[in-house]
Every structure is written in structure tokens, then in C-alpha cells.
Design a protein around this ligand. Structure first.
Ligand SMILES: *[C@@H]1O[C@H](CO)[C@@H](O)[C@H](O)[C@H]1NC(C)=O
Ligand SMILES: *[C@@H]1O[C@H](CO)[C@@H](O)[C@H](O)[C@H]1NC(C)=O
Ligand SMILES: *[C@@H]1O[C@H](CO)[C@@H](O)[C@H](O)[C@H]1NC(C)=O
Ligand SMILES: *[C@@H]1O[C@H](CO)[C@@H](O)[C@H](O)[C@H]1NC(C)=O
Length: 541
């Protein structure tokens, strides 16, 4: 009965949307109702308030298939406005569903809002998390795995089972306390620990000797890069944020905040238990957490010492990052080879050099991009843009390159034409590692280098087989370059994944636009769109 109702609802929705949204009605629907509440858990051994989704910490996983339509009704039972963003889900034509304050009005307490999005042409390991305030530091994150359609070949052996590992730093302070601290102008202290799937130790993953397991590993933390390794086992990297990689074998892998990787692990060691280890990178002291890979039938507990990993070693990490390359002949979610888009031969239309900074504005700590510290207007940029509401943002707030001068508060938006081919250079003059994320598309990470970027650095770019991904690390006193074809019309968030930095202004939006009003390039606002600030519900939607 329930099945039938869902099916009927699916048809109805598909029918309604087909006229407005041009969604492919043949692609299956997955429906979720998520109730977001506070709860108590003791991830580091002491009880603390966390954010739960349907009583779960971390939140429930989404297991989808390429092109599935996802409908998630989020019921906000917190005491604060709330949104979830789908990290790396491209929301083709639909920045309306991106779930950040520049595209959506927040879901007010005691109310709900239903997201409708499609896992269009995507494959791989992703995550979702709360985008509002510092909520992500208290939970409300989870795995979002997109499997291949049955007609699509993936370039690696079929794993016998999957393990999803959400690894991240953790604070004993809740999100409100962290926020109060940031609001008062102070930075966050180092995190108190590292968690794997919400636990600080002892989580067991059981497998059988001789079988192959697919580990989907994401860094869901708020500030700290991690190194991941499994005692006595090698990991074959097969996918990074939707790109199938050359299948290199690693003893350990660095995963920066907001990034995801997929590795295969064959259980061919003697039958016993082994430590799974995650440790922090570029921090003093180094935090370490362990889980257990247990062979079925094992009677032997894992033995110390833990396998060692790199701790500070910036050069090691940069070198490893350069070994992560695209398999040009393999396909991804679509059947054509990944190498058929010759990204290295396309002329660059525009270059943006984005320098991260730390500043004191009105006596308080703020973080900046090209001297501008972002503030969220009460009217989402996307609504202001669509309904031509003046006075919300302008394109003159931020410059394309760093310039000397004082730091200011502002609402930064870059104006880019649809299909422009853009180079972003992230320039990090600070001594901490950065992690940047672009919504709505993925980008080829063509170069990492130390010092200050200049045009001559382009000669060292990987213009052949760089991976295309959604989150890019920038090493201390270094730069990272990406190339991206901005083919997805919309208002897209470009943000630091280091959450205190983003909360204090290190983000901006890229408006990808042309004046043609066509449902094939951008969907109309959803029928259930929320309105806030200066945006009033028009009569006819
Ligand atoms: C809120 O949830 C109800 C079902 O409980 C649903 O009918 C309604 O469409 C949801 N509201 C929005 C704005 O999505
Ligand atoms: C690249 O992908 C092809 C499938 O097109 C696969 O046969 C090959 O093993 C892959 N090569 C590497 C080095 O991963
Ligand atoms: C980008 O540059 C190419 C080559 O110069 C040009 O043909 C194209 O029109 C430009 N695209 C946009 C959107 O400006
Ligand atoms: C970064 O540091 C270099 C060397 O000190 C300096 O030349 C450059 O202007 C700095 N860039 C920014 C954006 O601060």
C-alpha cells in the first residue's frame, strides 16, 4: 500500500514537474522525510548536545543511482533557521535547490521545506551537511553515494561490499558556543578529537578474507585535513569526487576538509583484526582516531603500534596530490571517455586570483577573499537576481585580483557569462592549509605550487590528466589553480570549507548567466520556494 502511494506520488510529481522543470520522468524517485532535532551523544566520552536527523548521528545515508530524482522533506525542529547543502551534487539548472543562504531562504524553526533535485550525470562518493551557521560542527551531515546505472561500466572490479566512512574533527563545544566565540571576535581553539562515523574509537568494519571492499571516505570535519590508512593493507584509489582516477596504490591518503575519495581494499592479509587509522595533518599536537577492520572469524585483536603517517610534511602531501590523475579512457557517469573533453586545449576566457586573508574589521576577527569579508544579505542573491530586486548585491564589491588596501564587509558576487572557461587561482599567503569548494560544477585541478602565483606558473599545469573535483586544498604559503567550464547557469557558492573561516566571511558567489530565458538552461523557481527579506511571493507561482 505504502509502495503504491509512493509510486502514485512519484507519478504525480513527475507529471507536475515535467511541465515546469523538464525533469526526465523516467528516472526513479527516492523519497525521504528528515526530522532535524537536538539530541545527546557522547562522541568523545562526555555527553553533549548534537544535531540528529531522524534520531541519527551522523545523519542517514542516501544511496542513489545516477539520474535518480531525490525528494527530501526537511522538518526543522531546531530553535534556529536551518538548511542542508548537497556537497558536490551539481544541481544542474537548479541552484534553487543548493541549500545555501545565497540561493535559499532558510527553513524556519517548526517548519519544513522539501528539496527536489536530481543526481544528474553523477557517480561517486559525496556528502551532505548543514550549511547554516555552525550547525555542521554539531552533526547533520551524512554520506551521499551515487552508484552507476546498470548499463554503465565502471573501470574497476565489482566490490563485494561498501563501507562509508565519515571522518572529521570534533569539538566538545556545541555549535552555539563555537558561534558565540566567533561572534565575539575570537578564533576557534584546536579540535578536541577526530571521529569516524560519529565514534572516537572501536568502530568495527567486518569483511571476509579474499573479498574486495569499497571504502567511501569523506572528510566531514570543519577545520582539519586528515591522513587515512589501514594497517597491513594497501588502498587502490578508484574515484575522487566523480572522476575515475588512474588506479594508483597508496599506503595512506590525505583527505582535506570537504573532500571525498573512493578506494578498493582487498582482504588478503592473515585472518585477524587491523587498525583503521585517521590522524590530523599540519597540526600540533596530532590527533589520532582508530576503527577496526575485522576479518570474519578473527580471534586476534589488532596489535600496536599503529601504522605511521605523515604529520606536517607539506611537500609529501603536494607530491601525493599530483599523483591523483584522471583515467582518460575510463568513463564516469556517462558512457563517453573522461578524456574526450580536452580541458587543456580550451582558451581561458578569464582569470580570477583569489587571496585568502585574515583581518580585523570593526575590531573583530574576520576572514576575507581579496579583502572582502562576505556578509549574507537577508534576501538570497538568487531571488534578488531572478526577481530584479535592487540593493541586495552588486558586481563591484570584489575585484578579480588581490589589491592592497583595507579589508571591508560586503556581499561579493562575480558575474560570469554562461559557458565561459575560467581559471581560478587560490593564493594562500597564510601559514595554514585552506580548502575551497565550488558548487554547481566540478573543476580540473591543474596545479599546486609554493609561493606567489604568476602567469609563468601556467607552464607547469597538468593540462592532460588532472582530476575534476569539487573541493581543492591550498597548501600553506602556496597556490592552487583550477580550470572550469561554467556551463551551469545559476548562483553558485564558492566557499572555504574551513567552517570558522566561512562563517566569518570567506566565501562569495559566482553568478553564471546569459539573458536567454529558457527552461533548458535554467529552471523556474520551484513551486514551494520560500520567500524572505525583500523577496515577496509573486502572485503566479
Ligand atoms: C511540508 O511537509 C508537508 C507534509 O508533511 C508537505 O505536504 C509540504 O509540501 C511541505 N512543505 C514544503 C514547503 O515543502
Ligand atoms: C583506465 O580505465 C580502463 C577502462 O577504460 C581500465 O581498463 C584501466 O585499467 C584503467 N587504468 C588505470 C591505470 O587505472
Ligand atoms: C571565450 O573565449 C573564446 C575564445 O577566445 C571565445 O570564442 C568565446 O566566445 C568566449 N566565451 C565567452 C562566453 O565569452
Ligand atoms: C603574498 O606574499 C608575497 C610575498 O610576500 C607578496 O609579494 C604578495 O603580494 C602577497 N599577496 C597577497 C595577496 O597578499
Amino acid at each position: 500500500m505504502k509502495q503504491k502511494n509512493l509510486l502514485l506520488l512519484g507519478f504525480l510529481l513527475a507529471y507536475c514537474f515535467s511541465s515546469v522543470f523538464v525533469i526526465n520522468a523516467e528516472d526513479p524517485y527516492l523519497f525521504f522525510t528528515w526530522t532535524v532535532t537536538y539530541g545527546t551523544r557522547s562522541p568523545l566520552g562526555v555527553p553533549q548536545q548534537v544535531i540528529l536527523i531522524n534520531g541519527q548521528f551522523p545523519g542517514p545515508p542516501i544511496e542513489g543511482v545516477t539520474n535518480n530524482n531525490i525528494v527530501v522533506n526537511v522538518i526543522n525542529k531546531l530553535d534556529e533557521p536551518f538548511l542542508i547543502t548537497w556537497n558536490g551534487i551539481k544541481q544542474r539548472r537548479m541552484s534553487w535547490q543548493d541549500g545555501v543562504l545565497g540561493t535559499n531562504c532558510p527553513i524556519q524553526p517548526k517548519s519544513n521545506w522539501t528539496y527536489h533535485f536530481q543526481l544528474k550525470d553523477q557517480i561517486g562518493t559525496y556528502t551532505y551537511f548543514a550549511s547554516t551557521s555552525m550547525h555542521r560542527a554539531s552533526g547533520a551531515f551524512g554520506g551521499l553515494n551515487v552508484n552507476q546505472r546498470s548499463v554503465i561500466f565502471v573501470p574497476y572490479p565489482k566490490p563485494d561490499a561498501d563501507f562509508t566512512l565519515l571522518v572529521g574533527d570534533w569539538y566538545k563545544m556545541g555549535h552555539k558556543e563555537l558561534r558565540r566565540r566567533l561572534d565575539s571576535g575570537r578564533d576557534l581553539p584546536p579540535p578536541d578529537g577526530l571521529l569516524i562515523n560519529g565514534a572516537s574509537k572501536g568502530l568495527v568494519f567486518t569483511g571476509q578474507h579474499g573479498k574486495i571492499y569499497r571504502f567511501r571516505i569523506s572528510n566531514v570535519g570543519i577545520s582539519t585535513s586528515i591522513n587515512f590508512r589501514i594497517q597491513g593493507h594497501m588502498m587502490t584509489l578508484v574515484e575522487v569526487e566523480g572522476s575515475h582516477t588512474l588506479q594508483e596504490v597508496y599506503e595512506s591518503l590525505d583527505i582535506h576538509v570537504g573532500q571525498s575519495v573512493t578506494v578498493l581494499v582487498t582482504l588478503k592479509a592473515p585472518v585477524k583484526d587491523y587498525f583503521i587509522v585517521a590522524s590530523t595533518r599540519f597540526t600540533k599536537p596530532v590527533l589520532t582516531t582508530t576503527g577496526i577492520l575485522s576479518y570474519q572469524g578473527s580471534k586476534i585483536r589488532p596489535s600496536h603500534p599503529l601504522p605511521i603517517g605523515p604529520t606536517y610534511h607539506i611537500h609529501w602531501s603536494m607530491k601525493q596530490a599530483r599523483t591523483i590523475r584522471l583515467n582518460l579512457t575510463a568513463n564516469a557517469a556517462r558512457p563517453n571517455p573522461q578524456g574526450s573533453f580536452h580541458y587543456g586545449t580550451i582558451p581561458i576566457n578569464r582569470t580570477f586570483v583569489l587571496a585568502n586573508g585574515r583581518a580585523s574589521i570593526n575590531g573583530k576577527l574576520r576572514y576575507t577573499v581579496n579583502r572582502v569579508s562576505y556578509v549574507n544579505p537577508t534576501t538570497p542573491l538568487k531571488l534578488a537576481d531572478w526577481f530584479n530586486i535592487p540593493g541586495v548585491f552588486n558586481f563591484k564589491t570584489i575585484l578579480n585580483i588581490p589589491t592592497p588596501g583595507p579589508s571591508i564587509l560586503g556581499t561579493s558576487v562575480f558575474d560570469v557569462a554562461l559557458h565561459e572557461y575560467v581559471e581560478f587561482v587560490f593564493q594562500n599567503n597564510e601559514t595554514s592549509i585552506q580548502s575551497w569548494h565550488l558548487d554547481g560544477t566540478s573543476a580540473y585541478v591543474v596545479g599546486y605550487g609554493s609561493g606567489t602565483w604568476n602567469m609563468a606558473n601556467r607552464r607547469g599545469y597538468n593540462l592532460v590528466d588532472a582530476v575534476s573535483r569539487h573541493t581543492f586544498q591550498v597548501y600553506p604559503k602556496s597556490w592552487t589553480s583550477i580550470l572550469v567550464s561554467l556551463d551551469n547557469k545559476g548562483m553558485w557558492n564558492l566557499r572555504s570549507q574551513i567552517w570558522s573561516r566561512r562563517y566569518l566571511g570567506q566565501e562569495l558567489y559566482v553568478r553564471v548567466w546569459n539573458d536567454e530565458r529558457s527552461l533548458y538552461t535554467e529552471a523556474e523557481p520551484p513551486v514551494n520556494a520560500l520567500f524572505c527579506g525583500k523577496a515577496k511571493r509573486p502572485r503566479l507561482i
